[in-house]
Write a protein that binds this ligand. Structure first.
Ligand SMILES: [Fe+2]
Length: 280
């Protein structure tokens, strides 16, 4: 089990995110690592067809993620930058909140420089490059989502500085990581934690779990736990709408949301199989 990248608040005045960067060192990946990527990529694309918001698969194609093997970040970043101005950066693991939000604010998305053990495809101790690239990056190639991510970065930095980092972490969690969204009359996957998870992608759409309508106020006041499948999933009315709504939040909204208390208790833990592939 692992902590999310945006867990406990740890703000600094000027977050120096660059000190968390490491070389991807792509040539270090073995043939077995690349085969693990290929198996995950193929399995997940097949599963997501008809279950994920349309811009995701459009981004997956635009970024060339159908190509075999773990992507080289510089090449992937060149394609992503041409789409939305974002680039991926390589990190060794979890980045503290303030620096994580600062990365987003500068249109940089951190990608773990490792991949899971291919003998246990569904087990993750912390987010790996499959979660980070496959789960997140296709939608960052979609302009409304890219703007939402940048807004989360700006708000996250302000929130951490004001001692409200948990509020932005929750909004991020219930949209970017584990959100669902309506599209053409269907409920579809939005979040990267769902998009990159074989078990939870199905569960989020098909199991008997609560799927309340997403509102900023409710999501901001609902704690989450990251060590098991989620017990509920917020559903946004439309991807472009939730992106615009989150982009429009400002520091005044943070104060308003901080006052929207008491915070609820976490929902009851949901059973999961012996693995945990929920990830941030
Ligand atoms: Fe993530």
């Amino acid at each position: 089990m692992f902590e999310p990248k945006i867990s406990a608040a740890n703000a600094t005045a000027t977050p120096d995110w660059q000190r968390y960067l490491v070389a991807q060192d792509w040539h270090r990946f073995t043939q077995a690592d690349h085969r693990t990527w290929d198996r995950l990529n193929e399995r997940q694309v097949r599963l997501l067809d008809g279950r994920i918001v349309s811009p995701f698969l459009a981004g997956w194609k635009r970024l060339g993620l159908y190509e075999p093997g773990i992507p080289e970040l510089e090449r992937l970043s060149d394609r992503l930058e041409a789409a939305t101005g974002w680039r991926c950066v390589s990190v060794a693991g979890i980045v503290p909140d303030a620096e994580f939000f600062a990365m987003l604010s500068d249109k940089r998305f951190p990608v773990g420089n490792f991949i899971r053990d291919g003998r246990h495809l569904d087990y993750l101790e912390e987010p790996d490059c499959f979660h980070d690239i496959f789960g997140h990056v296709p939608l960052i190639a979609y302009q409304p989502m890219a703007r939402l991510m940048e807004a989360m970065g700006n708000l996250g930095m302000a929130a951490c500085a004001a001692g409200h980092g948990d509020i932005i972490s929750r909004l991020y969690w219930y949209t970017v990581e584990f959100g669902l969204v309506r599209e053409r009359g269907q409920t579809r996957i939005l979040g990267a934690g769902l998009a990159s998870s074989f078990g939870e992608a199905r569960r989020s759409l098909e199991d008997d779990v609560p799927r309340p309508l997403f509102t900023v106020e409710e999501a901001a006041a609902t704690p989450y736990e990251n060590d098991h499948f989620q017990p509920m999933y917020f559903v946004s009315s439309a991807l472009d709408d939730v992106a615009a709504e989150l982009e429009a939040l400002d520091p005044d909204a943070l104060s308003r949301l901080a006052a929207y208390r008491p915070i609820k208790k976490p929902a009851a833990a949901a059973p999961s199989d012996s693995t945990n592939d929920s990830a941030t």
